[in-house]
Ligand binder design. Sequence first.
Ligand code: 4AD
Ligand code: MG
Length: 435
Amino acid sequence: MSVRTSEVKSLDYIGKEVMVRGWVYRLRKQKENAFVLVRDDRGGVIQCVFPIDKAASLTIESSIEVTGIVTQDARAPEGGYEIKGKNLKIYNIAGTDYPIGEYQSEELLLDKRHLAMRMRKMVAIAKIRATVLDYGRRWFVESGWMEVTAPIIVKGAVEGGSTLFKLKYFNEEAYLSQSAQLYLEAMIFSLGPVWSLTPSFRAERSRTIRHLAEFSHLEAEAPWVTLEDLLKVQEQLVSYVIQNTIRERAAELAYLRRDIVELKKIEPPFERLTYEKAIEIIKSKGLMITQEDGSKREIQFGDDLNIDSERELTKNVTKPIFVVGYPLSIKPFYVKENPQHRGNGLAADMLAPRGFGEITSGGLREDNIVSITERIKKEGLDPAAYDWYLDLRNYGSVPHGGFGLGIERLMRWITNAEDIKDTVPFPRTISRVTP
Ligand code: 4AD
Ligand code: MG
């Protein structure tokens, strides 16, 4: 039976024979011995020492099976344990031109992501990601929300026509889903509070460090909720994911040199800031926004918050904040108008601290058939494409709402990654669809 390196590195194994399977991570051949750092299939490593004649043919990333006796040697890297190799079974001798070494460009690492996934940094991120997804799901399951699955091939835009991926669907045109929201809305009438974790697609034309063309979208929708109910769900969910992740993945976060002092303090409540107040703050800081023609001007009521504005609002805060009550003009057709404040939407975004920017968007949905039909038309969309969605307003409409959280945006903040592309194994952007 093979064991993983993390298990081998314990006093219990000293003097015992073990079998470890893995790949040659580092290799030092000396006159008499070869020192082979073996990486197992969960990214752990242990040094194995062989007489040089046995290991002469080894190359970096060759796949091997080592049998030997565990010893302690203070000089051994990665914890002072070592395996004195007895038998070496070779599965494959890797080509000598393995493209990933100690230093290479970010671009090459992206071109070779299928191999770069073996880097310990990538393994650490992948483990953190698995834990973030695990606790994201658990929060909903434990809180009594039902998991559902929405289609990825759809007919209607949710988040505006400009980021739709078109697709030839037999003899008609369809799109890749931007959000499961409209389908989740259809399910709350018989399933109550529901959630889904699906890929969402956005044909984002610009290259940024926080946009992907394909991302993992954790979405939720519930009947008979208020905006405040939805904010509470989001702050609980995000706090729960973070607290459990930093506990279970302390070693990986330390490997990435992520300081978790501030993350430890993430707990409800998060500050609620009105959109008006947000604009005032940004104005008072003198931040200028860039217009389409490149010229700059002061931010004003009605402007959307871009990354610079979001950074200005959160650069000195250590917990996420909610910006609440955006003007309807900068939010999609489905956002419910605030009856007490015409022109204002009952919608909120959660902004991560330290300039990481928006990680969730959500709010109440327009539930009146007349108003929503008008809003669809106003956005230049064809109500016919939404006939099934309009049925939901025709047959037993109820106040309801939900939100969407971008897993990679949350990951970027948790891991302190500069670029969102580092939070997902195989990123998709305007300039990258392979590997
Ligand atoms: O703000 P968005 O566009 O809102 C929606 O899609 C709603 N229909 C969700 C809902 O209410 N069910 O997207 C939600 C979140 C954003 O806050 C962001 O975290 C993430 O999805 N997101 C992206 N992440 C990576 N790359 C992109 N291009 C993203 N676009 C949105
Ligand atoms: Mg948004």
